[in-house]
Design a protein around this ligand. Sequence first.
Ligand SMILES: NC(=O)C1=CN([C@@H]2O[C@H](COP(=O)(O)OP(=O)(O)OC[C@H]3O[C@@H](n4cnc5c(N)ncnc54)[C@H](O)[C@@H]3O)[C@@H](O)[C@H]2O)C=CC1
Ligand SMILES: O=P(O)(O)OC[C@H]1O[C@](O)(CO)[C@@H](O)[C@@H]1O
Length: 400
Amino acid sequence: MPDKRHKAIHFGAGNIGRGFIGPLLVNSGYHVIFADVNEQVIKQLNDQDSYNVLILDEDEEQINSISDVSGVVSTSDDIVKEFASPELDIVTTAVGPSILEKIGQTIAQGLHARRKAKQGPLNIIACENMINQTSTLRSYVFDHLSDDDKQWVKENVGFANCSVDRIVPPYDPKDSDTPLDVGVEGFYEWVVDKDALQRTPPNIQLKGVKLTSELDAYIERKLFTLNCGHAISAYLGFLKGYRTIDQAVRDEEIRAVVHAALWDEAGAALRRKHKFDEGEYREYVEKIMERFSNPRLKDDVTRVGREPLRKLAKGDRLLGPTTMALEYGLPTDNLSKGIAAAFLFDHEGDKQAVELQKRVEKEGIEKVVADITGFEQGGREHGKILEAYEELRKKYKQKN
Ligand SMILES: NC(=O)C1=CN([C@@H]2O[C@H](COP(=O)(O)OP(=O)(O)OC[C@H]3O[C@@H](n4cnc5c(N)ncnc54)[C@H](O)[C@@H]3O)[C@@H](O)[C@H]2O)C=CC1
Ligand SMILES: O=P(O)(O)OC[C@H]1O[C@](O)(CO)[C@@H](O)[C@@H]1O
């Protein structure tokens, strides 16, 4: 533990904030200030001495009490003042990719205040499920800085990209004592680009964080394995009428598709590109299948499949591994099934799903698949996705 009080600001007191990043910072010796727009959560954080993180593993019941946290409303002046504190040395976020632009301005104001107060270096790490999330945040921050501030920030603030992995679904409040409690899986992995960090105080280290100079490999491994398999399980599970991911992957047919997509297709490509050890990678895939099967997480297929247009973006969890597998001349049949199922995700509660279905209805599936995937109509990959789409549609959407 550090000999002096150190503070961290974490934007986003949601599932991953309270259930993963906040607790890791607290365990490293930080007082964590959660910054959120949700005033009720901030009040609860300030009123309560602690909250519980429940580890929801199948064979392990564990409750960790998290204290030494407080909250500020992220739109108030208080947050700017916190940036000027000499005790602050790390800022993290878990607000969702679309919110980064909004908090960029607040962080810029905070950094301006820090420069004016003549305080020392700081590290910023955005923990969002997207590639180069912190670089993206940095560009939003720079949009709001003066030239003098920019110069100071370049010299004093580290913006480190990372890969963040822990399944933290929304927790049912009736399963806990307070609304701040959160249920998480035991597994976690937080990998940070060590070369981007500014000099951290010598007497404090982030516990449970892996620092690496090869972040790209970790990011691609996570996005093209964990997130890829999760998305395929969600879309096929939704089609077959399952409510949760564990129900979906207990279905032999779905399990076989997900496993083959991860091991023979995405995984084979990742192993070629990044030279991952075959044994270690097999363990990684098996562990993921075990994590998906955890019935205590009760993770809805509609949550995991949310925003299908984002998940169908080029380079994301479905098309990213497909393109990589094709580059190495590897099979993509199971990935194609997952992609086809995403085009059938007609979940009415999801804006992007509704938008996608409207496009398919208006423009026809052939054109929409070509536009979104970039695979030419009449080409092999396009044909494979369409064939899988028709097969799934006939089987599970016969009324259409
Ligand atoms: N839940 C999970 O299992 C994982 C989530 N992630 C990523 O973490 C991020 C957050 O996800 P969750 O925690 O699940 O979402 P969440 O919805 O539970 O939490 C997001 C929090 O951000 C707050 N927020 C919204 N706008 C804000 C603003 N302008 N300023 C400050 N706070 C604001 C919300 O009030 C909410 O408390 C996402 O990028 C997600 O992809 C990454 C790995 C695992
Ligand atoms: O948060 P997103 O990108 O919508 O995707 C859901 C994903 O988020 C997670 O819950 C956290 O990584 C994954 O388990 C899942 O694949």
